[in-house]
Design a protein. Structure first.
Length: 129
């Protein structure tokens, strides 16, 4: 059995295949997911799992070099914005419309049960050496 915290095999597999600068999106339950992008649906019910719970586990598995968020989160969801800033450095802000376009480049979009606005992030993979 795996020793790390992540037990979702589908998500673990996607992360294991990521190379430098590949991206993974974690989104709230309302984020539109492009048809051509792999969907990993973790949502069970409202706020289960939360965006931050999911982000925390992914950050234990994935070396992150850069993160992209929608600039609207600062005003519309300051609690989640603050939580992201505590966990991730090197954050790039784009508009929500630009963010949605960038999700098409992700290896996968992870849908959480989060029910708060703009609780979305694109994580760009770094290297461990």
């Amino acid at each position: 059995m795996k020793k790390s915290k992540m037990i979702n095999s589908e998500l673990s597999y996607v992360i294991s295949k990521m190379g430098h600068t590949d991206s993974l999106t974690i989104g709230d339950c309302g984020l539109p997911i492009p048809n051509e992008t792999k969907r990993i649906d973790l949502a069970l019910t409202d706020n289960v799992p939360t965006f931050i719970q999911t982000l925390d586990v992914v950050l234990e598995e994935l070396c992150v070099e850069e993160a992209i968020i929608a600039s609207e989160i600062k005003e519309k969801n300051p609690e989640v914005y603050s939580a992201i800033k505590k966990r991730v450095s090197n954050i790039v802000e784009v508009t929500h419309e630009e963010f949605k376009v960038l999700t098409k480049e992700s290896k996968a979009v992870v849908r959480t049960g989060e029910c708060s606005p703009y609780a979305n992030i694109i994580l760009k993979s770094g290297v461990v050496f």
